[in-house]
Each structure stands twice: as C-alpha cells, then as structure tokens.
Design a protein around this ligand. Structure first.
Ligand code: NAD
Length: 482
C-alpha cells in the first residue's frame, strides 16, 4: 500500500474483484518534484490473460442485468466518486501535476457526471420501430463483450471514465489499462466500484507499460472492442494488433488545432481564448496551439496576449493560485524543449518563453509563443503537447481556412469572429471533429466527440458511444398469424 498525498493507494492490479500483485513493479514519479510516490504492479501477458478471462466470465450475467440495475450501480459509483472528490483530486495532482483547483472544482465532479450521464442515457436509449408492410423492424443495442480501454496521462480519470461509463452502461465488461505515468486514480476507482457493489470481474485494471500490457490486450482474441485515447503512433500499433481479430476500434488521438482570429472578433475574448490554450501546461489534445490571426489586428492581439500571459502564475499545482504547473515527466519536458529548439534553428523567434523555467527548476516549462516559423516547419505541423503556441497571420478568409486545414490532424478548431455569416461559412469548411465559435472546451456528453483525419476514428458521446460499445441489432418480425 502506498500513501500518496495522505491517501492510501493499492499498488496491485484489480482483476476479478481482487487485488492481484505482480512479480515486477514500476516506479511512479510525481511531476511536482520528480520524487517516486508509489511502486506499482507491472503487468504483462499473464495479467492481461487473467483480466480478460475474468471480464469474459463476468459478461454473461452482467450483460443480462436490467438497464435499471446497471443505471443504479453507475449512480452508486458516481456517489462514491462524489464522496472522494478531494482525495481523487489530491492523488491525481500528485500523479500528473495538473492543477488541484481544476481537479477539485472541474475534473472530479465531471468524473462523477460521466457515470450519471451514461446511466441516465441508457434508460432513454431507444429507437422508433419501422413498419415494412406489417413487418416490424426493431433495433436493439446488444452489449458487445469485453472492452479494452487504454488511456493517456494528461487527464487520467476523466478520459478513462468517458469510456468506462458507457462501456459498462451498455452491458459490457471492461479491462482498463491506465497510462504508466499516471496509474493511481484508476486504482482508487477500482475500490470505488467494489464499494458500489459492481459484480466481480465487470471492471478490471491492469497496470504497466504500453508494449507489455497494451500490446497483448489489444491483440487478445476475446476482446470485442478497443477504445483508445493517446498518440497517433500508438494508435497505428493498436490498429495493427487488432487487425487479425478485426476488433472494432475507437481512436481519440492527437491534434494541431487552430484558433482563427478575424479582425471583426471581440479581441479581448480572442485573447482569453488564446491564453486558455496554456491550460494543463499545454498538455491538452484539443488545445488550439496554432494562433492564426488576421494581419490587421495581429499587432494589437499580440500586445494584449503578452500582457495577459504575464499575469499567469507558474508553480506548484497544489497551490490554488497556480495557473500553470509542470510537464508530466522529464522525457516529455525534453521532447517539448526539442521542438522549440528545432523551431528556433529553423528561423522561429520566441515572443515569450522559449525554454524551461530556470527559477522553478524541475519540470516547469515557460509558456511560449513562437513566430516566424517557415511554412511547413515541424512546429507548425506536429503536436508538441506542451505550453508552446505559434503565431501566424493571414489576410483573407480563404487563406485562413487553408492554413487551418493544413495539417494531417483534424481534432478541433476554434474561431473568434463577430460575424455570424462568416462563422457559418468558415465552420462549414473546417476539417475538425469539434468546432467552437467564440468559445472553447464547452463539452456536452450528448454530442459526438472525436477527430477527423489522423486525429481519430469514430465518435463517442450520447448515442455514438452506445453505437460503438454495442452490437446494434435489427430484428424484423413478420405479422403474427391470427
Ligand atoms: P501514448 O500513445 O504514448 O500512450 C497512451 C496509452 O497507450 C498509454 O496507456 C500507453 O501505455 C499505451 N500504449 C503505448 N504503447 C502501446 C501499445 N503498443 N499498445 C497498446 N497500448 C499502448 O500517448 P500519451 O503520451 O500517453 O498521451 C498523449 C497523446 O494523447 C497526445 O497525442 C494527445 O493529443 C492524445 N490525447 C488525445 C485525446 C483525445 O480525446 N483525442 C485526449 C487526450 C490525449
């Protein structure tokens, strides 16, 4: 048992309703001070087999429970999360370095909401029957079986529960593999599901590295769905592993999203939207890291942006007053630094930041704004996943749209404009799973979420989640003889 931020966290896997230890362990390090905080069971093919087997055996009974019973249990899990918001927030902040204030007030309450939302959605899930000359087409959402869920480190419990809640609601059983840099809240969630009364084997957690756990899990022939959030290269490895079994995939991947600022925009709002892109120290898939600003307002925009960022406080994420915390890991900090160095070598200049925060040391990277990168430069096309934004200017709407669509990604796009007609024209031409107009990060679980191009495959949210996690069946019944 490890004590993290005063909270007891079990280091074992969670398989078949029991803690399972492993021969090996890996060290979990806090990004706040790079100190080890826990030794976590290191899974491999054996643990994966055991977890998939437990999930497979639990499936028949769980898949036959009534919708009402599943909804009741999901609400009980949400109650357990609500009771532990502070503990979960503390542990998540220690584990991934994101701000305690957002974990307390935003993220953990939304984790509970994820369970409540899909519980309630399940109860109203339905479809109109179609009558074909007296033959009735009845559509049902049959649970698919064992779901493998694989998640990243940037919003561990939030992203995991976006998948766990609909997968369980649909009547599936689950094997979750959390990211190796942030395994702790998944372990706490396992305890919460047990307390809520979820039957053994319905929810399982195997911890460990991608190649050692994720590889065998995604290649497993008894897995019926794979939902993955993470990077494009990993998604390609998963798609290859899933191919021999034709296991259906939902992929939520990286991005290089634009924020388009037109001269007719409310410039203060546009600046606020741009500053928001440093949230979570830039480690947000949806972040609009490319600021595309109409030339005539670029000077004014930049001035106001720099003034606003100067007021942000970087520091310990456990401090409620902190705005920007550390990067997740030394390897990640170095990767971010590498992008910025190569951009500057290619001709970019830093209007802000451009390196680690030497005063703070550790894993703190200064909020950075780069300009002057040549067209096609790596910094304008590849995902950095750190507090690094680029500034480019445009003169026409066509140019803005071409720049916005000019990467292999298509996760999100944000638009600041005061002209509704322009908003309609431009949004219809943007390639993105989500487009925000004069707002950012407004997310409704009823709406579809996912990415275009290399930002993903499939959509989750509302009915789209049930479409993915179910075998949708159409039953056609001939008129009964009188
Ligand atoms: P990653 O791809 O390195 O790892 C994600 C998960 O995949 C981890 O649990 C990891 O252990 C596992 N993994 C690694 N190799 C594997 C393999 N061969 N088989 C199976 N699983 C394997 O990503 P990351 O660095 O943890 O996360 C950052 C990335 O995630 C960024 O690209 C970011 O944009 C993306 N992301 C996307 C969304 C979204 O909703 N679209 C949300 C958050 C993060």
């Amino acid at each position: 048992m490890a004590a993290v931020a005063g909270v007891a966290v079990e280091p074992g896997h969670w398989i078949g309703g029991e803690r399972v230890s492993a021969a090996g362990a890996f060290e979990d390090v806090s990004p706040i001070d790079e100190r080890p905080i826990a030794e976590i069971a290191r899974g491999g093919p054996g643990a994966v087999d055991a977890a998939v087997d437990a999930a497979r055996r639990a499936f028949p009974a769980w898949s036959r429970t009534s919708r009402e019973e599943r909804a009741r249990l999901l609400h009980a899990i949400a109650d357990g999360v609500d009771k532990r918001v502070e503990e979960l927030a503390q542990v998540e902040t220690a584990d991934n370095g994101a701000l305690i204030r957002s974990h307390r007030r935003g993220v953990m309450p939304r984790v509970a909401h994820n369970f409540r939302f899909f519980a309630d959605w399940l109860l109203r899930l339905g479809h109109e029957d179609f009558d074909t000359r007296g033959h009735i087409n009845h559509v049902s959402w049959d649970p698919a079986g064992v779901c493998a869920l694989i998640t990243p480190w940037n919003a561990p419990l939030m992203l995991a529960t976006w998948k766990i809640a609909p997968a369980l609601a649909a009547g599936n059983t689950v094997v979750l593999k959390p990211a190796e840099w942030t395994p702790l809240t998944a372990s706490l969630l396992a305890g919460i599901t047990a307390e809520a009364g979820l039957p053994d084997g319905v929810f399982n957690v195997v911890q460990g590295y991608g190649a050692e756990v994720g590889g065998p899990l995604t290649a497993h022939p008894d897995v019926r769905r794979i939902s993955f959030t993470g990077s494009v290269p990993t998604a390609k490895a998963i798609a290859a592993a899933a191919a021999p079994n034709l296991t259906p995939l939902s992929l939520e991947l990286g991005g290089k999203s634009p924020l388009l600022v037109f001269a007719d925009a409310d410039l203060d709002l546009a600046v606020d939207l741009a500053v928001e892109q440093y949230d979570n120290a830039g480690q947000v898939c949806l972040a609009a890291t490319r600021l595309l600003v109409e030339s005539s307002v670029a000077g004014e925009f930049t001035e106001r942006f720099l003034a606003k960022v100067a007021a942000l406080r970087q520091g310990d994420p456990r401090d409620e007053a902190t705005d920007i915390g550390p990067q997740i890991h030394r390897r990640h900090l170095e990767r971010v630094g590498g992008f910025v160095r190569r951009a500057m070598d290619a001709g970019a200049q830093a209007l802000l930041g451009g390196g680690p925060n030497e005063e703070l040391g550790g894993l703190y990277y200064r909020p950075t704004l780069l300009t002057g990168a040549p067209e096609g430069a790596e910094i304008l096309t590849e995902e950095v996943f750190g507090p690094v934004l680029t500034l480019q200017t445009f003169d026409t709407e066509d140019q803005a749209v071409a720049m916005a669509n000019g990467t292999r990604f298509g996760l999100a796009a944000t638009l600041a404009t005061g002209d509704p007609e322009r908003a309609r024209r431009v949004t219809s031409r943007l390639v993105a799973g989500t487009v925000w107009v004069n707002c950012f990060f407004v997310r409704d679980l009823r709406a579809p979420f996912g990415g275009a191009r290399e930002s993903g495959m499939g959509r989750e949210g509302g009915d789209w989640s049930f479409d993915f996690y179910c075998d949708v069946k159409n039953t056609v019944t001939a008129p009964w003889a009188r």
